[in-house]
Design a protein around this ligand. Structure first.
Ligand code: GLC
Ligand code: CA
Length: 536
């Protein structure tokens, strides 16, 4: 397998909210260029940047209308080329985000399909009598086109028609897109909802249900991924597939050590431990017992089979982790550092989502008018229609909406948190006055400086980047612990996921403290304490 990135960390940028260079309130590529020095200072080697290609922005760029051009809202092709070259000069590589499960309905392929051109209709999934399926963003998954007398499938928004990967021409087109960006010097790729692209063969005979549940890890998925990787020659690059609702067995194949598929996968089981009865639009504290079980199964299972995981708490689809599994109040700093430690000492490749390294919190919006995300707006309507009160619906969005992770990066305590000289497209939480890059640069004990140390440790200690992993029984459900081992070195990681003092029993800890967020006594874990001990 391509080992070169094993001791690296990836930084994720959500372009629209990272840095605005021209005062229109929208982050852009030149904004990214102006902050490459900052990103470099974190010690990361790769930067995953969310889609900035031409798009009507129905799903903030995950609805692409032209894969080979830059959305003018974000800049130009020259800006993009300069951005790639400047990162390269600093020893960092970009991973671009390929949204290949669907296009925008404004893509020329779909426009041609809508005219009834059979060649392009076969790029998508049109049916006469489709089953009653609901889409992932809420509402029906099949949209009727009166002029054609047919329905098309969209797992997400109606403005995101699903591509027909069973058509070899579609697969060729997509390979060409990968080759195009590869030739521009991109160092890796993230593939959006990749395990949903191979659809079940008998679509129309399936019963009513959730389209997402039917379309995952489909019959030809491994074949299609292998073909894509082989024919574009990206087997040696860093690649990550977003794999929704998948299994350990599938992810072992997706990230198999032979390099015939991808370097690694994202999966989301650990981010559903606060879903009551599996439902996202509910409120529940995280189930720590389940969290421990999920990490044990995935970490040890991937380790045993040689698979590789992308490690993360945050991305542009998730609420902020400090607000979610940590504590925004009294233990803000401690809990943010503990959560970072837990992820960064695991086996796999850690991803830092912009602002996570500052301990950025949820948005704390007060009104539905503050929200912008299509999913949040749809589910607000659905909840209200089902009789949920306004206050309850807003409380749920306040905890679960994707907009929580999309508020602008907090650079300074100045105007609009230093994100724009104009007015930001999405409001910024008031805490930017204290939670911002400038303030944390000046504090040696800041979350930002702690994250830098986590990145540095992975680079310097092979036991972290390559060691085996095993979860340990700490005798306390609130304290998660694991061991990493390589040769004679052994690392013990203990993380208290609660705001109270907790005792640990039966854990053999001797050695030196490699990193921690309290000057702990080793016997009593302080609130949200993280302790990493190196032996050997
Ligand atoms: C992925 C993206 C998300 C997007 C969806 C549809 O889950 O991360 O932002 O809405 O795919 O493309
Ligand atoms: Ca801008």
């Amino acid at each position: 397998m391509q080992d070169k990135y094993k001791n690296s960390t990836v930084y994720q940028i959500y372009v629209k909210s990272f840095c605005d260079s021209n005062g229109d309130g929208i982050g852009d590529l030149n904004g990214i260029r102006s902050k490459l020095g900052y990103i470099h200072s974190l010690g990361v080697k790769y930067i995953w940047v969310t889609p900035f290609f031409c798009s009507p922005m129905a799903d903030n760029g995950y609805d692409v209308s032209d894969y080979r051009n830059v959305n003018p809202m974000f800049g130009t092709m020259q800006d993009c080329e300069a951005m790639i070259a400047e990162a390269d000069a600093l020893g960092m590589g970009f991973m671009f985000d390929m949204v290949f499960n669907h296009t925008s309905d404004e893509h020329e392929w779909f426009r041609k399909a809508l005219t009834g051109d059979p060649e392009y209709m076969d790029y998508y999934i049109f049916r006469d009598n489709p089953p009653e399926w609901t889409s992932i963003f809420g509402g029906p998954a099949w949209e009727y086109v009166p002029s054609l007398g047919k329905y098309y499938l969209h797992l997400f928004d109606p403005k995101q028609p699903d591509l027909n990967w069973d058509n070899p021409k579609v697969r060729e087109e997509l390979k060409d897109v990968v080759r195009f960006w590869k030739s521009k010097g991109v160092k890796g790729f993230r593939f959006d909802v990749l395990n949903r692209v191979s659809k079940p063969g008998n679509l129309t005979s399936l019963p009513p249900g959730n389209a997402g549940a039917y379309c995952k890890d489909g019959p030809h998925i491994h074949e299609y991924i292998q073909e894509l990787v082989r024919d574009t020659g990206i087997g040696e690059m860093i690649t990550v597939g977003e794999m929704a609702s998948t299994t350990l067995e599938q992810c072992i194949k997706y990230s198999n050590p032979s390099g015939s598929e991808l370097s690694m996968c994202f999966n989301f089981h650990h981010l559903k431990v606060d879903y009551k009865d599996g439902g996202k639009w509910t409120l529940m504290p995280p189930d720590l017992h389940e969290l421990r079980q999920i990490f044990t199964t995935w970490q040890e299972g991937m380790n045993a089979a040689g698979g590789w995981q992308a490690l993360f708490w945050c991305n542009h689809d998730q609420p902020r982790i400090v607000s979610r599994f940590g504590d925004e109040g009294q233990y803000w700093k401690e809990s943010a550092k503990m959560l970072g430690t837990f992820i960064h000492m695991l086996r796999g490749t850690p991803y830092i989502y912009q602002g996570e390294e500052l301990g950025m919190t949820n948005a704390h919006f007060r009104s539905i008018d503050d929200y912008r995300d299509v999913e949040a707006l749809n589910y607000y309507r659905i909840m209200r229609d089902n009789g949920t009160s306004e206050a309850d619906a807003l409380a749920i969005l306040g905890a679960k909406s994707r907009d929580n992770g999309r508020t602008p990066m907090q650079w300074t305590a100045g105007h609009e948190a230093g994100f724009t000289s104009g007015t930001s497209w999405l409001s910024i939480p008031d805490n930017y006055m204290s939670i911002n890059v400038e303030a944390e640069e000046n504090d040696p004990g800041s979350i930002l400086n702690y994250y830098r140390e986590l990145v540095r440790l992975r680079e310097n200690y092979p036991v972290i980047s390559e060691g085996s992993v095993k979860f340990i029984d700490t005798g306390n459900d609130k304290v998660l612990g694991y061991e990493r081992a390589l040769g004679s070195q052994r690392l013990v990681v203990l993380c208290n996921f609660s705001g109270s003092d907790e005792t640990v029993s039966g854990v053999d800890i001797k050695g030196k403290v490699l990193i921690g967020n309290w000057s702990g006594s080793h016997r009593m874990m302080k609130p949200y304490e993280a302790l990493v001990i190196l032996e050997g």
